[in-house]
Design a protein. Structure first.
Length: 377
């Protein structure tokens, strides 16, 4: 899930001991900052600079890293100027929103917000305000991506949970109206609003998630974007834990994580951070979370999220994943929905494999059903 360089970066960014300094020395000897880098690398560079300067480390490479941090900080300031007008437009239209991810850190005045790439910001509105928010952003010149039909109806809004907009300067707003659920009937998202914290930054009035819900969002947001990233989730988890050492409602977090099958995913992240950073010393409650039982199906689903099912052998994984998220539908709706899922994701590239999977799966069941048991002879 992560490689050695990423492990070393996390240690250099968060450890203030000899182990962290050794990680820094090893990492800088192996990396080329002028070459291609993982997005998480740019997120960690400002944190590495901050951590080493606190320890009064003097290294020529730190000046280059400082330049990267300052560049992100400057871009964030410029992006906020373009963003503020859009957010104020939503507020003037009576649309409240919760700032998510990096934007939440910025509005809270977090010292490490320069660590967040400043090209995309996410906000959450209530489902009943999604249509108005889309209309308002479009009026202010923000362009939807992908394009939306000229006539929006309730069924289209209900079928989606997120819509991205961008402006001429390239800044993107990710407008979400569901985080923990896919339906307007579910109370899960409403609980986020009940626990949300009001913040004010310059001329922007917004809400941010409760720390427990911030941790939950870190786990959930990659499901929305369909881009699982264990490394980025680990970074964001550490930032939230560091910023709130004594203020996380773990009872609420555990309840929601279990409800939405995210507990095992969090246990994997905490186990990884414990091995690298001994994060349990920061939050002793994490020890109890690691001991909580998790269903086998939840473990399967999590490991499947890193699985590329582009061959015949992996069709059962895709089917199991789909069934777990559509268990209340009739069987014929599941089959049609699964075919639609394959079509949307693969088009004709792998779609031809489905009949082969059905044939192999069916023959296997027939073979097992007609097999004669030795005890029957």
């Amino acid at each position: 899930m992560t490689d050695l360089l990423q492990d070393l970066m996390l240690q250099a960014a968060f450890l203030q001991n000899e182990k962290g300094l050794q990680a820094w020395q090893t990492w800088k000897d192996k990396v080329d900052l002028d070459g291609p880098l993982h997005p998480g690398t740019f997120r960690l560079l400002p944190l590495i600079y901050r951590n080493l300067r606190r320890q009064e480390i003097d290294d020529p490479l730190l000046m280059k890293i400082k330049g990267v941090s300052h560049k992100n900080w400057t871009r964030n300031q410029l992006a906020l100027q373009a963003l503020a007008q859009a957010l104020q437009g939503l507020e003037n239209d009576g649309i409240k929103f919760i700032a998510l991810g990096g934007l939440a850190f910025i509005l809270q005045g977090h010292p490490d917000y320069s660590a967040y790439p400043p090209d995309q910001y996410s906000i959450l509105v209530k489902p009943e305000k999604a249509y108005s928010a889309i209309q308002q952003l479009s009026k202010m010149g923000w362009i939807p991506s992908p394009n939306l039909p000229q006539t929006l109806d309730a069924s289209l809004i209900a079928a989606k949970r997120v819509q991205t907009f961008y402006c001429d300067s390239g800044i993107k707003i990710r407008l979400c109206w569901h985080l923990l659920s896919n339906t307007d009937q579910s109370p899960a998202d409403e609980s986020l609003w009940i626990e949300a914290i009001s913040v004010h930054h310059n001329d922007i009035n917004a809400f941010v998630l409760d720390p427990a819900d911030q941790l939950l969002y870190i786990l959930q947001k990659d499901r929305i974007a369909n881009i699982p990233s264990f490394f980025l989730q680990s970074i964001d988890t550490m930032l939230v834990l560091e910023a709130n050492p004594d203020w996380v409602n773990w009872e609420r977090f555990i309840g929601l994580a279990q409800q939405h099958r995210l507990l095992y995913q969090y246990q994997c992240i905490v186990g990884y951070l414990q091995d690298l950073l001994e994060v349990v010393e920061l939050h002793p409650s994490l020890t109890d979370i690691q001991k909580l039982p998790v269903a086998r199906s939840e473990r399967f689903l999590y490991h499947f999220s890193f699985h590329q099912f582009s061959s015949l052998d992996n069709f059962p994984y895709a089917w199991f994943y789909y069934v777990q998220h559509s268990h209340r539908k009739p069987w014929w709706e599941r089959v049609l929905g699964f075919l639609n899922l394959l079509w949307l994701n693969w088009r004709w590239r792998y779609f031809w494999l489905f009949p082969a999977f059905v044939l192999v799966f069916g023959m296997g069941k027939i073979r097992r059903s007609v097999r004669i048991s030795p005890n029957s002879l």
